[in-house]
Design a protein around this ligand. Structure first.
Ligand code: C2O
Length: 536
């Protein structure tokens, strides 16, 4: 077993973008934060030292954390946060996965600047299931606010209004060219003609799904969320916050500069869009004065492009990498995901009513201690295990809103026996703000066995499910005004968060948790907590 040790010191650092400078929260003073290169089967130890005035926790997004929920990271779900001046060692072993993932802060909106790439290389001597690239490159996409992000969301929570969208997108931390503001750095990828590059693309943004395009170049998608897919060619990538995509790029031009662009996808645009970020792909034989060739940016509401991309994603499902789709279902659930209203007497600006996020009409209330701790130490009164498996009433998801938009609230989990097979139909209610919801499940990957528009039909739709090679991922988009069906096997004991990875929706309460009971101990049970586990 190889042990990989690292230290993440969380510190403030000044950063200049969009013609202004502000202090940001960083890991080791870097933005984006340091890349972790691990190999499958490595044990990873990261000592996180908190030198800022915020509570901190770090999540290893997409790592399955088998029996080690203590290292998963979501604050108040699997651990109490690391308080200022404290530290905590995240200790986990990677197995059964390899590819591109990310790590990020999992408290408040710190993820805006506290994030980085987590690359899992195959075990030594095991090749990729595609030709070896000449070089590998990391491309972290993000968002930049001119103001302090914590102030943005605080303000929104107090007023009841939606928070501002970001001011710009970023590529490896840079905004690239921005009108009316001299560029403060741009990411340039230098390539050699005829060589193939592996791009590990990560959406570390808070609230925006992105289209990623490189002018006059196609990309071959080979892996998403650290799961190999059947390779396919595309000129546009769709990537939601929390998702990762590994693509092969063949430098098939002789010379020139080609723009990469990161623009917003939102099938129903509801807000003013942030500035598209650009970066440059550059060939060596390019004259200094040659013009960059720009991309055609997909329209913000290019749903057909998004759907075509999503339809192309299929598990590789080869002999070495079979898709282990559960073929039977022990728990068949339907969760509505969307937004509702709740009373907010202090929200004067919105007449005493505010938007909330809901799953089955429940707005999740964060506990004041961690759910995993409460479960492990059998503390009563922290949560109830009565999360509804079906919507409380029939919504008409496509028509005008139903009578009852008043959300309920609670800290409720859905309890599963060890090794149960689960199907969840995630139905967008699309009632108030129709928007895609990238839903992320901690502790597992899920298979997206079906997707459709309108209301899910229990009689007809399951007949069309793909149980052979559906895409496997940890974050899956629920289309606006439609549904996706996911399946997973609950073979990981612990408490696992599920939420929309658009941070504003999580803040509003679009989240819940699964509690998976222990199986036969010791091998199927949650490991004891580490000695340095933070206290609330
Ligand atoms: Cu990447 Cu719970 O998040």
């Amino acid at each position: 077993v190889r042990i990989l040790g690292m230290k993440f010191v969380v510190v403030m650092k000044n950063a200049s973008r969009l013609c202004s400078t502000k202090p940001i929260v960083t890991v080791n003073g870097q933005f984006p934060g340091p890349t972790i290169y691990a190999r499958e089967f490595d044990t990873v130890l990261v000592k996180v030292v908190n030198h800022v005035n915020y509570n901190v926790s770090i999540h290893w997004h997409g790592i399955k954390q088998f029996r080690t929920g203590w290292a998963d990271g979501p604050a108040y779900i699997t651990q109490c946060p690391i308080q200022p001046g404290q530290n905590y060692i995240y200790n986990f072993t990677i197995s059964g996965q390899r590819g591109t993932l990310l790590w990020h802060a999992h408290i408040l909106w710190l993820r805006a600047t506290v994030h980085g790439a987590l690359v899992i290389l195959p075990k030594l001597g095991v090749p990729y299931p595609f030709p070896k690239p000449y070089k590998e490159e990391i491309i972290v996409l993000g968002e930049w606010w001119k103001s302090d992000v914590e102030a943005v969301i605080d303000e929104a929570q107090k007023s009841g209004f939606a928070p501002n969208v970001s001011d710009a997108h970023t590529i490896n931390g840079y905004t690239g060219f921005v009108p009316n503001c001299p560029s403060q750095g741009e990411f340039t990828l230098n390539v050699e003609s005829t060589k193939t590059y592996m791009l590990r693309i990560i959406n570390a943004g808070l609230n925006e799904q992105f289209f990623f395009v490189i002018a006059r170049h196609n990309l071959t998608i080979v892996e998403v969320d650290a799961c190999y897919v059947k390779p396919f060619k595309t000129d546009t990538i769709l990537i939601a916050p929390g998702q990762t995509t590994t693509a092969l790029l063949t430098a098939d031009h002789f010379s020139g500069s080609y723009a990469m662009s990161v623009s917003t996808f939102m099938d129903t645009p509801i807000t003013v869009d942030a500035t598209t970020a650009t970066a440059t792909l550059r060939y060596p034989r390019t004259a200094a004065n040659s013009q960059t060739i720009f991309t055609t940016i997909p329209p913000i509401n290019a749903t057909p492009i998004a759907n075509k991309y999503r339809d192309s994603l299929k598990s590789l499902n080869s002999g070495k990498y079979p898709a282990k789709v559960p073929l039977t279902v022990d728990h068949s659930l339907v969760f509505t995901v969307g937004l509702g209203f709740s009373l907010c007497p202090t929200c004067k600006a919105t007449n005493g009513i505010r938007l909330v996020g809901t799953v089955n009409n429940v707005t999740f209330v964060m506990p004041t201690t961690s759910l995993l701790q409460a479960h492990y130490f059998k503390e009563n009164g922290v949560f109830t295990d009565d999360f509804p498996g079906h919507p409380p009433h029939v919504f008409n998801y496509t028509g005008p809103g139903p009578r009852n938009l008043q959300a309920t609230s609670g800290t409720r989990v859905y309890r599963l026996p060890f090794n149960a097979t689960v199907q969840v139909v995630l139905q967008d209610t699309g009632i108030i703000l129709p928007e895609d919801h990238p839903i992320h499940l901690h502790g597992f990957n899920v298979f997206g066995v079906g997707r459709g528009m309108g209301n899910f039909n229990q009689d007809k739709d399951p007949k069309r499910f793909n149980l052979v090679d559906p895409v496997e991922r940890n974050t899956i988009g629920v289309p606006s005004g439609g549904w996706v069906a996911i399946r997973f096997r609950a073979d990981n004991p612990g408490v696992w968060f599920m939420h929309c990875h658009l941070e504003v929706h999580t803040t509003w309460g679009l989240k819940m948790a699964f509690l998976v009971d222990n199986g036969k101990c010791p091998n199927e049970c949650v490991l004891p907590p580490p000695k340095d586990l933070p206290r609330c």
